[in-house]
Design a protein around this ligand. Structure first.
Ligand code: RIB
Length: 312
């Protein structure tokens, strides 16, 4: 089983010709509400990219929703993916998390989140989910939940001997003791530089600094530049597939889902990175967060020409 602990958002998405400047009003288009949130996206990616694994890999999500219409829609979207929602709490009198997302003509995004119910995920929710966590092989977390709860959950999972995967997004400074309990740290370049205190773009220095802080394995996701992996046996670079990107929202979440789905099926770290990259490449050719995450059977094989993927 894979247990994901994290945020669930409704994404309010608008296409814009370019990002607006301060005080500027722009005309956008194609407004949509799309299920998102890093925790929920990663759970959906784990479920879709595990589909067909034998034995089947179960996925559960631990998180909080508001008692509003978005909460009902977001829960139903997770149930539709066969994700165990038994430890998703509905918080009375609170709004569900939302993300306001602008996507420009190059497919790049700008995201502002209002955590709502996500901000109420507490250590007591982790205690309530302890039996679920005890059944997991892998526990996956991000930083759209209160840091004290993330730390508590990592300590619980680590003490239970689980493989702990942390996506340190949005970027934040983290205590060294927390990093020492993480088996796979998966930041993007900005998050890696902030955590390591190194220059943006110097992934070798960032990975070395993070491993010196007792991170066992660091996978830096670099978008079109691929993935830089710093593992126990050394550093490795994985080139990205060449694609025509229409929307990069949730590409990192999709990579993590593919990576974790492969590990949960006892595939190697390298196979996990390759699956994650294939899935992330596919996702950026589609719009939205959960709407862009592929099922494993949809993926072209690793040698296919991804630049010929059609968009819709
Ligand atoms: O990683 C993408 C996600 O970040 C979006 O779905 C949005 O909800 C924010 O959490």
């Amino acid at each position: 089983m894979i247990v994901v602990i994290g945020s669930i958002n409704m994404d309010l998405v608008l296409r814009v010709p370019r990002m607006p400047g301060a005080g500027e009003t722009l005309t956008g288009s194609a407004f949509r509400t799309i299920p998102g949130g890093k925790g929920a996206n990663q759970a959906v990616a784990c479920a879709r990219l595990s589909a067909g694994s034998f034995p089947a890999v179960k996925v559960a999500l631990v998180g909080c929703l508001g008692d509003d219409a978005f909460g009902d829609i977001l829960r139903a979207a997770l149930v539709a993916e066969n994700i165990d929602v038994s430890q998703i709490s509905t918080m009375p009198g609170v709004a569900s998390g939302i993300a306001s997302i602008l996507v420009d003509a190059d497919g790049q995004n700008s995201i502002v989140i209002a955590g709502g119910a996500n901000d109420l995920l507490a250590p007591s929710h982790i205690d309530a989910a302890r039996d679920l966590i005890a059944q997991a092989r892998i526990v996956v977390l991000q930083l759209e939940s209160p840091l004290a709860t993330v730390e508590y959950a990592i300590n619980v999972a680590h003490a239970l001997g689980k493989i702990v995967v942390l996506n340190p997004a949005p970027a934040a400074h983290l205590p060294a003791a927390l990093l020492a309990s993480v088996d796979y740290l998966i930041p993007n370049e900005i998050e890696a530089a902030m955590l390591a205190g190194t220059a943006l773009g110097d992934v070798v220095a960032a990975s070395a600094a993070l491993r010196a802080q007792a991170c066992r394995n660091v996978l830096v996701t670099r978008g079109a530049k691929g993935v830089h992996a710093s593992l126990a046996d050394g550093m490795h670079s994985f080139a990205a597939h060449s694609v025509i990107a229409v929307d990069t929202t949730a590409a990192g979440d999709t990579f993590i889902g593919g990576f974790v789905a492969a590990l949960a099926a006892s595939e190697s770290v390298e196979e996990g990175i390759v699956l994650g990259q294939r899935a992330a490449a596919w996702s950026v050719t589609r719009h939205g967060a959960q709407t862009s995450i592929p099922y494993r059977h949809e993926l072209p094989d690793a040698n296919a020409d991804f630049s010929r993927l059609s968009t819709h």
